[in-house]
Design a binder for this molecule. Structure first.
Ligand SMILES: Nc1nc2c(ncn2[C@@H]2O[C@H](COP(=O)(O)OP(=O)(O)OP(=O)(O)O)[C@@H](O)[C@H]2O)c(=O)[nH]1
Ligand SMILES: [Mg+2]
Length: 422
């Protein structure tokens, strides 16, 4: 299975509104992405220019320099840290006679390798088709010329060997399928609302430790016999959303979701393709924004995540900032009122996190234990409707129930409820 690594040259263009810091961070991230996609980076070329060249993205002199580097190093592909227009890409391919991909294509490639669920695979296929459509010449000849490897792997790729008309039809097909899936999801969400179990979603920059935290919380609160999600030091390790039910000591339950990570310059088209998944995930009762507090780019990553949340209309959701990987820190970050310091690796701080979650999720409700005689079936059905029934035992003459009720509902039905409290 182990394949020979494709050797890559990276090219970065620093235009005038990019500071050194932003530029080099992005290049470093491109290198991680290339590594995640299975490439070996053999050289990096950079250029400062006020803006990209319309025809070849980088300037003519740089193209010559790149040509010389290609002759000397014979790379398998060149990866540009930016979005190449279809014309720039074609021109560069003709001039350099080497496979050229950009940041978007690289991320799409990683996504294609990672997608496992049927929906995930379809979303990636949609994003790729939308990316490739304007890049097709004739009947897609240039794509077959590229051969396999990075930029053209994963499910759905063979389908790209189609002409424009087929691609458009396939795009419509996937879109309408996704709409159906979304409707089903909305139904499920409504059902979940009715059962009253709150939903908590992990969001955050890719590699922040969301899946590790998911697993840690699960092993502390849940049944650790159930399979864990995969966590690894790779970008976009998680693509599909996993949701599990967890129970707190107090008996309260919530659903916890782990999902795809965010990244700066997440290409636009990808956001569209993943929007329905993300929208669903962020409309939770509580968001845990997981932060790699050991990262040198911590603040930029926090900002990126908040930008994406804003784009998804989720800035108003109750959110806790979860500063993860604190085992790697010597100085603790400033937490503020909505921050918690944890380590998914050691388990430190997880209990404080859970306490804070509990305080937010169940702030305005309490659990009541009641005994309800069997002839009061109407009260039982009302309790079912109003609250979350945590436990229900059938004893000789009555049901004994534990039910969580909001303070508001309790107030409204106080007399009735108090009559049955034990
Ligand atoms: N030292 C340390 N490493 C951690 C901690 N949490 C996660 N990691 C490591 O960070 C890497 C990324 O962890 P994941 O849990 O896969 O991160 P993620 O946010 O799910 O990443 P994506 O799914 O790619 O978005 C792994 O190598 C983890 O072992 C922590 O608290 N301390
Ligand atoms: Mg993950």
């Amino acid at each position: 299975m182990e394949q020979e690594k494709e050797r890559a040259i990276l090219v970065g263009l620093q235009h005038s509104n990019l500071t050194d810091e932003v530029f080099y961070t992005s290049l470093k991230e491109l290198e991680s992405l290339a590594d995640t996609a299975g490439a070996e980076v053999i050289a990096t070329l950079t250029q400062k220019r006020p803006s990209a060249d319309r025809v070849t993205y980088i300037g003519k002199g740089k193209v010559d320099e790149l040509k010389a580097a290609i002759e000397e190093l014979t790379p398998d592909l060149i990866i540009f840290d930016g979005e190449l227009s279809p014309i720039q890409q074609r021109n560069l391919e003709n001039l350099l006679d080497t496979k050229i991909i950009d940041r978007t294509a690289l991320i799409l490639d990683i996504f294609a390798l990672r997608a496992k669920s049927r929906e995930g695979i379809l979303q990636v296929e949609l994003a790729r088709l939308q990316y490739k459509l304007p890049r097709l010449t004739g009947k897609g000849m240039e794509l077959s010329r590229q051969g396999g490897g990075i930029g053209s792997r994963g499910a759905g790729e063979q389908k790209l060997e189609m002409d424009r008309r087929h691609i458009r039809r396939r795009i419509d097909e996937i879109k309408s399928h996704m709409e159906t899936v979304q409707r089903t999801r909305e139904l499920h969400r409504a059902q979940r609302k009715r059962t009253g179990i709150p939903v908590v979603s992990l969001v955050g920059y890719t590699n922040a430790g969301k899946s590790s935290l998911f697993n840690k919380m699960y092993s502390i609160l849940g049944n650790s016999a159930v399979e864990q999600v995969e966590a690894e030091n790779k970008l976009f390790k998680t693509l599909d959303t996993t949701t599990r039910k967890l129970e707190l000591e107090s008996g309260w339950e919530f659903l916890l979701s782990d999902t795809v990570g965010f990244i700066q310059n997440l290409p636009h088209k990808l956001v569209t393709a993943f929007r329905s998944t993300l929208e669903e995930t962020v409309q939770a009762d509580l968001l845990l924004h997981v932060i790699d507090s050991s990262s040198a780019n911590r603040d930029e990553q926090i900002q990126t995540v908040e930008d994406v949340l804003e784009e998804l209309d989720a800035l108003d959701r109750p959110t806790l900032k979860v500063y993860n990987k604190t085992d790697l820190l010597e100085i603790m970050p400033y937490l503020g009122t909505d921050g918690v310091a944890v380590s998914a690796a050691t388990g430190a701080g997880i209990q404080q996190l859970v306490d804070k979650m509990e305080a937010i999720l169940f702030a305005h409700s309490k659990v009541y234990t009641m005994r309800i005689p069997y002839q009061e079936a109407e009260i039982m059905s009302r309790l079912h409707r109003l609250g979350e029934l945590i436990e229900k035992r059938e004893l000789e003459e009555f049901w004994e129930v534990q039910v969580r009720l909001s303070d508001e509902d309790f107030g409204r039905h106080k007399a009735e409820i108090e009559a049955f409290l034990i």
